[in-house]
Design a protein around this ligand. Structure first.
Ligand code: AMP
Length: 117
């Protein structure tokens, strides 16, 4: 699996940087966001370094599917599945992507605004 030196999420995936791990398997990891913007705010990511949505060709389809399935499971485990939750994947500068390692935010636990942006 390719990981990148200096990438914070690669460091978490390798177990070198501490994080609250909520789920882990051979391909993906889910952690609590260190600066939560909702009562439930987790990040779901591949362990392999993929910079973002524009590099999805580097990621096996199976890993992407795993990330989305994990979101549904984690939403149930954290009690937000029925009331609802939002998945956000920022890509690039205009979307304020701050960590260039693909990740999906799972946000829930309160009513969101109707506007996405
Ligand atoms: P984005 O702006 O979409 O790239 O989101 C990056 C997210 O990663 C932000 O919500 C940060 O709070 C979160 N984050 C950055 N460093 C860490 C870390 N070490 N552990 C957990 N979450 C982090």
């Amino acid at each position: 699996m390719s990981t990148e030196n200096g990438c914070v999420f690669c460091g978490i995936a390798r177990g070198e940087i501490p994080a609250k791990k909520l789920y882990e398997d051979d391909d993906i990891i889910a952690i609590d966001d260190v600066a939560p913007q909702a009562p439930v705010h987790m990040l779901i990511m591949p362990k392999a370094h993929v910079s973002g949505l524009n590099q999805l060709d580097e990621l096996p389809d199976e890993t992407l599917a795993k990330m989305l399935r994990a979101a549904g499971r984690l939403a149930r485990e954290r009690g937000v599945r029925e009331r609802g939750y939002r998945l956000v994947c920022n890509c690039g500068q205009d979307a304020c992507q701050s960590v260039p390692h693909l990740h999906i935010h799972l946000l829930g636990g309160r009513a969101m605004g109707a506007e996405l942006a």
